[in-house]
Design a protein around this ligand. Structure first.
Ligand code: HEC
Ligand code: HEC
Length: 341
């Protein structure tokens, strides 16, 4: 499998006539590993940051949160005698099929709505849970005060959460704090903060004002929000696709190649690595944008998830719309990002 993936990537890069620089080969050789992970680090840490912080971000203010911070999730999933096995199992169980019956955080469900189902390979969930159980995870500055206000004193266990951290056992903690982020990490961060900004606004609009109003909002705001994040990051940031709603978001030939590559990776269900192209002074970064159930309200099958009223509004705003008929966990498009090294 690893060899196959490697061959596939190499053939991809030769097929589109790009010169396979060492960067590509590094990616190809690591096609099945997580290239963003340094060897000493627990792989679950980066997996969590890449997959979950879009919504569970500890760096965001309490008012702007769209999901509880991971520390709160951890506290609800661990009590005095929870074993690691039980913790991991409960995590997998919830993420495979989130439901109110399974929820251990009814307050969060009420406040934010149920976590939307997103596809994660079981191994990814297990790694994340394994990391979270054993390590002290980053918590928002406001969390302590919030916890005291809601629940009184925090449970007194060893260290913060009392599970195997504190004595240098917490792998990955405080490592690399001085290291410069790699170009891959920078690209990933740009993709994720932009996604979070768009996602936060979208979820808020749907919750408060319904799908139709959210549609107007996307129509007017999607490109400006993306552009403003590009300004923040001093980069070019685009969301492009093979089936555009807005013709301005059509992928070019190279982007289409990357998109096809990502479709295969996502369909295969393993970890997906970003594609990083080193242009000397600049870096190009590509990463897939994958659907979840929420997206189908506006990108799903007409008459099914995509209601008739929504569809007619879409057709009014975008007479050339191609962006319907998607299911969950499909590649809707890619992030195409370019920045100076
Ligand atoms: C699109 C936003 C989003 C993403 C991405 C996301 N979550 Fe969530 N998650 C939520 C929301 C909203 C809640 C609170 C509502 C709930 O509990 O269902 C939540 C709650 C949870 C809960 C508590 C469930 C309960 O109620 O018992 C767990 C566990 C969880 N998330 C794990 C994860 C993990 C692990 C990842 C990354 C692999 C992740 N989430 C990614 C939005 C998200
Ligand atoms: C409320 C309706 C709505 C929802 C929900 C929605 N979108 Fe969209 N989406 C739009 C609209 C409208 C556009 C066109 C925006 C523009 O004009 O730039 C768009 C454009 C996009 C684009 C840019 C490419 C294109 O086709 O123009 C991507 C990528 C995208 N959406 C992905 C998603 C994903 C992934 C989700 C779920 C996480 C999602 N969308 C949920 C309405 C929606």
């Amino acid at each position: 499998m690893k060899l196959l993936a490697t061959l596939f990537l190499i053939s991809l890069f030769t097929a589109c006539n790009t010169n396979p620089r060492s960067e590509y080969l590094a990616i190809a050789e690591n096609a099945e590993n997580l290239i963003l992970t340094s060897p000493q680090e627990h792989p679950g840490k980066k997996l969590m940051e890449n997959n979950c912080y879009v919504c569970h971000n500890p760096k965001i203010s309490e008012e702007a949160m769209i999901a509880p911070p991971m520390i709160a999730v951890k506290m609800h999933y661990i009590s005095e005698n929870t074993s690691k096995e039980a913790f991991v199992e409960n995590f997998v169980n919830f993420l495979k099929n989130p439901s109110e019956e399974k929820s251990k955080m009814p307050g969060a469900v009420k406040k934010f709505g149920l976590m939307p189902y997103q596809f994660y390979p079981e191994e990814t969930i297990k790694q994340i849970a394994d990391y979270m159980f054993d390590n002290d995870i980053e918590e928002p500055e406001w969390f302590d005060a919030h916890y005291k206000q809601m629940h009184g004193d925090r449970p007194q266990m060893k260290g913060r959460m009392g599970r195997g951290m504190g004595n240098g056992k917490g792998m990955g903690k405080n490592q690399n704090t001085n290291a410069q982020p790699s170009v891959k990490e920078r690209g990933m961060q740009m993709a994720q903060t932009t996604k979070a900004e768009l996602g936060k606004n979208l979820m808020g609009q749907i919750q408060k004002n319904g799908v139709i109003a959210a549609l107007d909002f996307c129509n007017v705001q999607a490109l400006p929000i993306t552009d403003s994040m590009a300004t923040v990051h001093k980069a070019y940031i685009k969301r492009v696709t093979d089936k555009p709603r807005n013709p301005k978001n059509k992928a070019n030939a190279a982007e289409l190649q990357y998109l096809e590559n990502f479709k295969k990776q996502v369909a295969a269900g393993g970890e997906v690595n970003p594609i990083v192209v080193d242009l000397g002074k600049e870096t190009e970064f590509y990463y897939p944008i994958v659907t979840n159930s929420m997206c189908l309200k506006c990108h799903g099958t007409p008459g099914k998830e995509l209601e008739t009223l929504t569809l007619s509004k879409i057709q009014e705003l975008y007479p050339m719309d191609k962006a319907t008929g998607y299911g969950e966990n499909e590649v809707r498009g890619i992030w195409s990002i370019r920045f100076e090294n």
